[in-house]
Design a protein around this ligand. Structure first.
Ligand code: GLA
Length: 394
């Protein structure tokens, strides 16, 4: 792939965190409609992805094909893909590298080629491949994902491949070579700021940040560390997202999640009810200046450069020579943070813009003082001033 063909972190909507097994083709169509009507499509959101529980639970048909549950998808997947495509969007689906999915539906183990061909025939554009823990003896995560990667390469359709192994087998080291465009680095994200502990049930926003931040070297060039779904708009209403006692966040916290996922180049898969978003959720999901940091042509993951006294600084270089810098306040109280630009390798002679406020920020050669609310993340774009062109006669 040449530099300008490199895929950016995928953006879209995923059914799991809000709807779990309560999915239906009418819901999927409604989400596609809302992605267009809300303006999300114009901001770059593209994939509508059906998560677990879409097929007949009891098993495959006589030829070994997965069958869409006729109660949930009476018109079938091909018709649904046609509808989503007619909106200028793409349709994603879910399967599992093992025999069953995490919710207990049939997985793709032993049927990788059949499933990849079936998905291609339906017009599917994206596959989230999960990893339930019944790994057959003698198999490895890398082996299983390689097999599905090969099947997708040979299925006759371009299907974006998303590995969802949760990080236990360090997929950041091998998933890109299986053909994956993204790989989950963390357990399932929960609708909470900080779950205190980090395990299969507990994973708040800052807990995911702590796992993902040290993995910056493994992302870029069309393969991304996936920190799981963007939770803005959930407000404690999604049952899977409420696992481990999570019960919702404030808009400041949702905005922080968006900022951190953007600067760390995570895919941006939203999960709330797109047809009923309030103004705050729309503002968080559709800030084009913020999204441009995530979708920038320089696809390196922003690095955590500083973490002291509850304040953290992340820096990401951008394609045109600008930098994005994020300042996170993890403390329970608001505070002021002095961002010394040169300390983080940033140019002091620069224009600084606040990407959430859409305004220029005053600073001097020592840097700038930022007010950062509790759990807020400020996001700045720093543009080096061009050196004056010297024309001293000749
Ligand atoms: C796992 C995945 C989730 C979701 C569920 C579905 O937990 O990590 O994102 O796909 O399975 O059962």
């Amino acid at each position: 792939m040449s530099q300008n063909q490199i895929r950016k972190p995928p953006m879209g909507w995923l059914s799991w965190n809000m709807y779990a097994e309560n999915i239906h083709e009418d819901l999927i169509r409604a989400m596609a409609d809302a992605m267009v009507e809300s303006g999300m499509k114009d901001c770059g959101y593209e994939y509508i992805i059906i998560d677990d529980c879409w097929s007949v639970r009891e098993g495959r048909d006589e030829q070994g094909h997965l069958v869409p549950d006729p109660k949930k998808f009476p018109s079938g997947m091909k018709a649904l893909a046609d509808y989503v495509h007619s909106k200028g969007l793409k349709l994603g689906i879910y399967s599992d590298a093992c025999r069953v999915t995490c919710a207990g539906w049939p997985g793709s183990y032993g049927y990788e080629e059949v499933d990849a061909r079936t998905f291609a025939e339906w017009g599917i554009d994206f596959l989230k491949q999960d990893y339930w823990l019944d790994v057959p003896e003698g198999e490895t995560a890398q082996g299983l994902y390689t097999r599905m990667g090969e099947a997708l390469r040979n299925c006759g359709r371009e299907i974006v491949y998303a590995v969802c192994e949760w990080g236990s087998n360090e997929p950041w080291k091998w998933a890109h070579s299986t053909g994956a465009a993204m790989w989950r680095t963390t357990w399932d994200i929960r609708d909470t700021w900080d779950s205190g502990i980090y395990d299969v049930q507990h994973n708040g926003f800052v807990n995911a940040v702590d796992v993902n931040a040290p993995l910056a070297d493994f992302a870029g060039n069309g393969g991304y560390n996936d920190m799981d779904m963007i939770c803005a708009g959930l407000y404690g209403k999604g049952s899977p997202a409420n696992g481990g006692g999570a019960c919702g966040c404030t808009d400041t916290e949702y905005q922080s999640q968006m900022t951190l996922w953007c600067i760390m180049n995570s895919p941006l898969l939203t999960c709330c009810d797109l047809a009923n978003m309030n103004e705050a959720t729309k503002r968080i999901l559709m800030n084009c200046e913020v999204l441009a940091v995530n979708q920038d042509g320089c696809t390196v993951q922003g690095r955590r450069m500083y973490a002291e006294n509850g304040f953290e600084v992340f820096v990401k270089p951008l394609e045109n020579g600008d930098y994005a810098a994020a300042v996170l306040n993890r403390n329970a109280e608001a505070g002021r943070f002095h961002l010394d630009l040169t300390q983080f390798g940033l140019p002091a002679a620069a224009e600084v813009r606040d990407l959430w406020a859409h305004e220029a920020v005053e600073h001097n050669r020592y840097g700038l003082d930022l007010q950062v609310e509790s759990h807020e993340t400020r996001l700045l774009r720093i543009r080096p001033q061009e050196k004056p062109c010297c024309v001293h006669g000749d």
